[in-house]
Design a protein around this ligand. Structure first.
Ligand SMILES: *Cc1c(COP(=O)(O)O)cnc(C)c1O
Length: 389
């Protein structure tokens, strides 16, 4: 079966009149606020590296925006996730539960600790880790040992943490995940790299778990050039994260003492300067993305693309707007038509469980929902600004 996407692609292009016949990117950053001014102020101050006023300010801005209590800046989102896992006590030989439907950084951060990922299925409505899958995995495949640790029977590994990811800015069923994690003593660490500005029942993504990691890569809703942030409500934990990100250097005027193997994961002040200016734009970006999402929703009614709107109870940031097609073949013919017309659309990531680098990982069941969604979903152009508009 083949579909002709000429009309729908042309209708989609018409949502971006200022692009005229040019390329409509998937997600391009925009620097129309105080970016230049803050960057120049940073250069003039000579504090361009890992200590500086913009780093402190960025941390305060993110803590305030999310209501997290504390925010610890990192050099990127992957390091923020890795450090969160380290601080949660995840260690070599452990098993960490996550979703197969995610960007590779989620599983890489787990691998850096020496732990093995266990890939579980997602929920069809939120595209985030399914609490039912976590509960089922823990009850059917794991048991408590004499020390009270939860052990995966087949691999004999300790299950220490759970890392849901808020796909494309939709918030996973975080309340139920938190309940299940409490029941099985799992550290809940949210990969909120894609969901800055998304809320579920008015609670910001990344603030329900013991830690949540954000990313400010160039393609995220706001960018630091590169950067990440760990959110937590625990002051002592925030201090420990900062310490670990700073080579675990003990405070002293001149001596170099380090009380553990630390990391050089601090965000440079230059990147923080860009981030501070971008955070001023966030409310406007969120409004534009939500408006674009409702335009997509209206335009795609009665077309072969079914738009993925906000799941009940939440207000996603619509980082990347999504639509589902009927099957892989139709998805591919839409992608071919859209990209040929310079409307840049993309499929989702390969399932992490299918990557040869994770051959050794655990997989729970056949992951039917992940597989189905992966084969049919597309991301639509979702920049916060387009051209001269
Ligand atoms: C972007 C992203 C990351 C990591 O971000 P970097 O800042 O590029 O290291 C992690 N997880 C997910 C799901 C992401 O989309």
């Amino acid at each position: 079966m083949s579909s002709d996407f000429t009309q729908v692609v042309s209708d989609l292009r018409s949502l971006f009149p200022s692009a005229s016949a040019g390329v409509i990117p998937l997600h391009a950053p925009a620097f129309r606020g105080n970016e230049r001014e803050y960057l120049m102020a940073c250069v003039d101050s000579t504090f361009v590296s890992s200590v500086g006023a913009f780093v402190d300010r960025a941390e305060q801005l993110l803590a305030a925006q999310t209501g997290a209590g504390y925010a610890v800046a990192c050099v990127n989102g992957t390091s923020a996730l890795h450090l969160s896992l380290v601080a949660a006590g995840v260690t070599r030989g452990d098993l960490v539960l996550t979703q197969a439907f995610s960007f590779v950084a989620t599983a890489n951060a787990i691998a850096y600790t020496g732990a093995t990922p266990a890939f579980l299925d997602i929920d069809r409505v939120t595209l985030g880790l399914s609490p039912t899958a976590v509960e089922e995995f823990m009850t059917t495949e794991c048991e408590r040992d004499a020390n009270g640790d939860w052990i995966h029977r087949a691999s004999k590994r300790r299950v220490s943490a759970c890392v849901p990811m808020h796909s494309f800015g939709f918030v996973a069923e975080i309340d139920r995940l938190a309940e299940v994690c409490r029941e099985f003593d799992l550290a809940l660490i949210e990969d909120a790299a894609e969901s800055l500005g998304s809320t579920y029942k008015d609670v910001h993504s990344g603030t329900v778990g013991v830690m949540g990691a954000l990313s400010f890569n160039g393609n995220k809703i706001v960018t630091a050039g590169g950067g990440g942030m760990i959110l937590t409500s625990d002051e002592a934990l925030a201090k420990r994260l900062k310490h670990l990100s700073t080579q675990a250097k003990m405070p002293h005027k001149w001596e170099y003492r380090h009380d553990s193997v630390g990391y050089n994961y601090r965000m440079p002040n230059l990147n923080a300067a860009l981030l501070c200016a971008q955070m001023e734009q966030l409310p406007g970006y969120l409004a534009r993305k939500r408006a674009l999402a409702s335009q997509y929703g209206a335009l795609l009614k009665d077309t072969p693309l079914s738009f993925l709107d906000a799941p009940p109870g939440q207000s996603p940031n619509f980082w990347l707007c999504c639509a589902l097609l009927e099957n892989r073949e139709i998805r591919d013919s839409f992608l071919a038509a859209a990209n040929a017309a310079k409307l840049i659309c993309r499929p989702a990531w390969e399932l992490l469980s299918d990557l040869p680098i994770f051959d050794h990982a655990i997989q729970h069941g056949a992951l039917p929902i992940s597989r189905d969604i992966q084969s049919r979903i597309v991301n639509l152009p979702s920049s916060p600004h387009h051209f001269d508009d």
